[in-house]
Design a protein around this ligand. Structure first.
Ligand SMILES: Cc1ncc(COP(=O)(O)O)c(C=O)c1O
Length: 358
């Protein structure tokens, strides 16, 4: 037994999920979103597994440079673009493509050294009010960019959906209509869809889809899990039982004694906690998987440990593996118990979790 918490990343599942994305968006190319350490799965390992993606998208220059240093030469788009001349020079040397969303970034490109050129994705803010030019400023930004020797022609067109994972389609319908009006008759390729857009709004698929979560096997919609779309979880988070004890009815468990045994209870303690990225916010009752059986958490999550009510398991033993999410227990379900989203759980595994690629 090793007490180490480990995350196993299944590269076969990653590739399978990319195949599902291609089936769902057969006319689009795929910009695989691998920012934030590929949602916790390991940036370089995921890039290698998904080497058939048409391009990668990362948020920041450093993430792109990590890919290049590892020898990954696939087209790479910086979703936030660059913010100073040093970053611009690094991006040029690495051959990154840039999202441009502010006037300052156009100024940086204007001052680019002679001979540097970039493939640009000009971002329209269709209502998310995060990054991008407002519709009224978009055509002027495009004209300014198109004049610059550092900008390859044509400029590509980009927006992001704020609410495609929700139950009311109206915001997305409005965003798509606005994008279509503002970009009507412009040349350049178009990219709109994240995972939820790709699944829920065929019109959003355009020339390039930008899935993140789907590639990791999870659903962006609160009411469904990845398996509903034929996806396979790429990450399974495991630990082990490090103690088993019997407690009497009325005895309380964990910090604050928040959970009280209602019956003679066999309790297992597993070596995983919020120090590993397992969320402290999960409610008692939230499931973990031991020997293929779902069993409920008892008491609060500690930094390094959780308590589990294993009374209904035939023979729980020290060293038995415990699955926190992944194979057999969708991370989406744990996210609901934690009142968060699967993105946060996947990205949030800590540096002390050993990630194993297989
Ligand atoms: C601009 C942009 N495009 C695409 C994505 C991928 O989103 P998802 O993981 O929901 O597919 C993200 C992720 O946050 C993003 O910021």
């Amino acid at each position: 037994m090793t007490p180490t918490v480990s995350a196993t990343v299944d590269t076969g599942a990653l590739r399978h999920n990319l195949g599902v994305v291609r089936q769902r968006a057969p006319r689009s190319r795929v910009m695989a979103v691998i920012k934030a350490n590929a949602y916790g799965h390991g940036l370089v390992a995921v890039a290698r597994a998904l080497d058939s993606a048409d391009a990668f998208a990362v948020a920041r220059v450093d993430e792109g440079l990590t890919l290049r240093q590892a020898g990954v030469l696939t087209r790479t788009i910086l979703l936030e673009g660059v913010f100073d001349a040093d970053q611009l020079a690094a991006a040029a040397a690495a051959g990154f493509e840039l999202v441009v969303h502010t006037a300052e970034q156009i100024d940086l490109l204007r001052a680019a050294p002679a001979g540097t050129t970039f493939n640009i994705w000009l971002k329209l803010d269709t209502g998310m009010n995060r990054l991008g030019f407002k519709p009224a400023a978009f055509r002027a930004a495009l004209a300014a960019l198109s004049d610059l020797p550092a900008v390859q022609s044509p400029v590509n067109l980009f927006t992001h959906l704020s609410s495609a994972d929700g139950t009311d389609p109206s915001t997305t319908v409005d965003q798509l209509a606005l994008f279509s009006t503002v970009t009507a008759s412009l040349p350049g390729e178009r990219s709109i869809a994240n995972s939820a857009g790709l699944l829920g709004f065929e019109d959003s698929q355009a020339d390039w889809v930008r899935p993140g979560l789907l590639l990791y096997g999870a659903s962006p919609f609160a009411a469904t899990v990845g398996a509903d779309y034929g996806l396979r979880p790429a990450m399974t988070l495991h630990s082990h039982i490090i103690a088993v004890k019997d407690i009497e009815p009325g005895e309380r468990v964990g910090y604050g004694g928040l959970w009280t045994a209602a019956r003679p209870t066999r309790l297992a303690i597993a070596a995983v906690g919020y120090g590993d990225g397992y969320p402290r916010s999960v409610a008692p009752g939230s499931p973990v998987l031991i020997n293929g059986q779902r069993v409920p958490l008892a008491g609060r999550v500690s930094m390094d440990m959780i308590g589990i009510d294993v009374t209904d398991l035939p023979a729980p033993r020290l060293g038995d593996p415990v699955i926190l999410w992944g194979d057999g227990l969708p991370v989406e379900e744990v996210a609901l118990w934690a009142q968060t989203i699967p993105y946060e759980l996947l990205c949030g595994i800590s540096q002390r979790v050993a990630v194993t690629i297989r």
